[in-house]
Design a protein. Sequence first.
Length: 213
Amino acid sequence: MSETTPKSAVFWDKLARRYAARPISNVEAYEQTLDRVRHYLSTDASVLELGCGTGSTALLLANHVGQYRASDISGEMIAIANEKLAQSDQANLEFVKADLYAESLDEQAPYDALLAFNVIHLFEDTPDALKRINGLIKPDGLLISKTVCLSGLYGLLRIPIFFMQLFGKAPPVRFISAKRLARMMREAGFEIVEEGNFAKVKMAHFVVARKVR
Ligand SMILES: C[S@@+](CC[C@H](N)C(=O)[O-])C[C@H]1O[C@@H](n2cnc3c(N)ncnc32)[C@H](O)[C@@H]1O
């Protein structure tokens, strides 16, 4: 492993094979999310997904868009995603190992839509990450996201998560409420188009935001 591999990539690299083997925790919420995401996509759209993990969602959505780039900071996650891609006949999808700030993500920017599922709470500096995301999207383009919002009662998870982090069992996370997330998106140059939760899963907050011209 190179010396420059970020700590969070090391964490996700180690977890990747087990993550790939895990069943989807709430199939109903996942299907509802996919339906809602598809509603905003079009067959000529260029899409960038951040934190794509093992690529399952990308493989389900790529048929609905023109070009789909899916990125992740973890080389192991991307390796698994590429194994799945090799088993499919999806020609408009590519997986790239890249952090949010990697220059390689700028090569095909700006995108019509940027997808970020279960990753925004992992970025070190949320306001700065949202500004970076805004810069990757076309004016009027969309940020379609689902974010783990650990506030209210879920805020009590700070303590167990702190101990899990001490033992390398949890990644660094930001504790953001859904309300604050929406505010930060507006401050980064988006307007909120839709937000909510699916199948009563309150922790995972779905937000569609449009880049303001
Ligand atoms: C909780 S997993 C979510 C994976 C997938 N999106 C899903 O919903 O199942 C978070 C993913 O974000 C990636 N990730 C974490 N920090 C990242 C960063 N700074 N840039 C890009 N990807 C990152 C991790 O490697 C991991 O694959």
